[in-house]
Structure formats: structure tokens, C-alpha cells
Write a protein that binds this ligand. Sequence first.
Ligand code: PSU
Ligand code: MN
Length: 304
Amino acid sequence: MTLPLILSAEVARARDKGAPIVALESTIITHGMPHPQNLEVARQVEDDIRGGAVPATIAVIEGQLHIGLEPEQLEALAKATNVAKLSRADLAVCIARGGTGATTVAATMIAAHLAGIAVFATGGIGGVHKGAENSFDISADLMELAQTPVTVVAAGAKAILDVAKTLEVLETQGVPVIAFGQDSFPAFWSASSLLKAPLRMDDPARIAAAHRMRAALGLPGGQLVANPIPAADEIPAAEMAPVIAKAQADATAHGISGKSVTPYLLQRIFELTEGRSLTANIALVRNNARLAARIAAEIVNAAA
Ligand code: PSU
Ligand code: MN
């Protein structure tokens, strides 16, 4: 069976030249941010990567797995409503049916690896939800990091999750969790949390070397690089705590479960902070894109 992979013109050129490429997910566009800011941010993030690498936004469109979207495809996806959210479990079914869907961190890692892309930038990964001891709600993103060799740059994990349990699962799964340039594990909208990151690295070239070393050692899986939001853009954790608690209570009151939990909480927090959470979200995604481009370039350099 041939793979239904379609490369954008820009990504195809980069692959021919052996230029560094950074994958981007599409769930953040369809389920993570409101229109029209989602389109603006998707374009900005692609441009941030173009400072040192080539962006490859990943999505399934009419049964084809796109590695890099043409400008009109990106626009259509950002405007679309009722787009499916595709994680590892959903990807093959969506493609086989000829469907359209946005890829989560897990599905984007799978697609990136199929296309030979080593580095992926996003906002925050999914993780262990609060109350998971009852709901069993643990994102497939964590198990994907354990098995697919892609380095994911994110601003840590959101405080809508149980961050301590998320770190425990990542440790159990053998995923290196590397804070960039600080000891604390970043908390998405806030640069630091009360939790210490298991590992710390300060140099993109070393992160690239660690990525290559995992492969050399025959270890499956990727790495999570936890990049703190720039200080000027952060919302202090103490300010976020009551907002998150309120969003959480609303989710419970409305019986939100499964795939809808993360999008619901993000939207509710956006409303409760009157858009401030989105401004911070944009700043941190762009910051992650720039770091991912540096790591991707170092991986290509080291291989040359
Ligand atoms: N965290 C964010 N923004 C997002 C997501 C997570 O800050 O948009 C999305 C990502 O696509 C992530 C997914 O992979 O939510 C996790 O969903 P779930 O918890 O249902 O696995
Ligand atoms: Mn879930």
C-alpha cells in the first residue's frame, strides 16, 4: 500500500536539499484557538520557523496526509468548523474514509516521522488530566513521545492538567523531559512551576546531539523540550489558578468528557481571561517555533 503523503511545494524543496524542517500540528488551529486569530497565528508561526528552517503544518484533507499546507489549504482549515480531532487512534480511519481532520501532538509526531522530520513545535502537550484516577483520561501524546522519535518543543504542560502526574507518566515511559535554560518545569502561560524538570539543557546543539544519541543507542521515542514562555508575556501562576479552577468546575458541571475536555477548557479560559490567555499562548508558540528551528538546523548540521 502506498502512503497517502502529500508534501507542500516548500517542504518538497527542503527535503530535496536536505534543509531543516519543523513540523507543526493543526489541532491547535482548529480546536486550540478561535478564528480569525488561529489563522493569523498559524501564518506567523510558519514565518518564525522560516528564520532558520522550513515549516510543515500537518493535517488530513480529504483522505490525504498533508506534510506542509499550501496557503489556501491553511486558510480553509482555519475557517472550517466541525473538523475532526485526530490522535493516534483516529488517523488511519480518517484517511481510509477520505475524511478531513486536524492532527494532535500524537498524530503529528506519527506523520512527521513518516516524512523524515525530526523536530516539531507546538504550544502544550496533552497529559494526565486532573481526576484521572477516576476518569482514566491520559492523553495519547505521552505514549507517543515514548515510541516515536521526534523531538517536541512545547511550553511544558498546562495547569489544566495534573502536571505532577504527567511528569510521572513521562518518566515511567522513558521520555526525556528537558527544560530549556532553567531548572523549573515551565507551566505554559507561566514561565515556571513549583516542579523541577527532570533534565535541563541550555544549548540547542546539545539537544540535537541528545536526539541523535537516542537513535544511536537504539532507544525508541522522542524527547520533550520544555521551553518557558518569555518573561514579558507570562501570566503569573497565581493569577491563572482561580481561572483554571473555574474552567474545570464548568467542565464538570456540563459533563464534558473525552476529546472535548482540552478544547472546552482552552475556550473557557480564553473567555475568563478576556483573551489574555490567547495572547500568552501566541507568544509561547512563536517562541517554541524559533527554538525548534534552531534544534532542527543543528540536527541537520551534525548529520552533514
Ligand atoms: N494543549 C494546548 N493546546 C492544544 C492542545 C493541547 O495547549 O491545542 C491540543 C494538542 O493538539 C494536544 C491535544 O495534542 O490538545 C491533546 O488532546 P487530548 O488531551 O484529548 O489528548
Ligand atoms: Mn483525553
